[in-house]
Design a protein around this ligand. Structure first.
Ligand SMILES: [Zn+2]
Length: 136
């Protein structure tokens, strides 16, 4: 392992530890320079994205999530990603209703965090029982 001075794409400098073959290290250093953000700018970018997701959720009339501040902020972004995913698979009316049910009833931030990376099909599988129970 060796330490390298890097200039990130945001213009800030830092020190990174790299391991692996020389060419791989070179590639990583180039990546930091071309697209990498320093830890501070990266954290700020995430915070901005989470804030935007929260504002969007309010616009969409989605329920507020419960959990720690950190969880809620992350879960808002995850929920928006899942909404975008659901819009990209062109659901039929029943699917849309199912999606609406999940969005209106799932308010636990930690639950949304567990659901990150789920496909819409997996998401529906997860909520099928409670959705069907709610139809009765
Ligand atoms: Zn920076």
């Amino acid at each position: 392992m060796a330490k390298y001075d890097v200039t990130y794409s945001c213009g800030h400098t830092g020190v990174v530890s790299l391991i692996g073959k020389n060419e791989e290290r070179e590639r990583k250093l180039q990546w930091y320079h071309d697209c990498g953000l320093c830890p501070d700018c990266y954290a700020a970018k995430l915070a901005r994205e989470n804030e935007m997701a929260e504002a969007k959720a309010e616009e969409q009339g989605l329920p507020k999530l419960t959990g720690s501040e950190k969880q809620v902020s992350w879960a808002n972004s995850i929920r928006q990603n899942i909404i975008e995913k659901s819009e990209s698979v062109s659901l039929n009316e029943k699917g849309k209703d199912f999606m609406k049910y999940i969005l209106e009833t799932e308010t636990s931030a930690s639950r949304w965090i567990d659901l990150r990376g789920y496909s819409i099909k997996e998401l529906f599988g997860e909520y099928l029982n409670s959705y069907q129970a709610a139809q009765r």
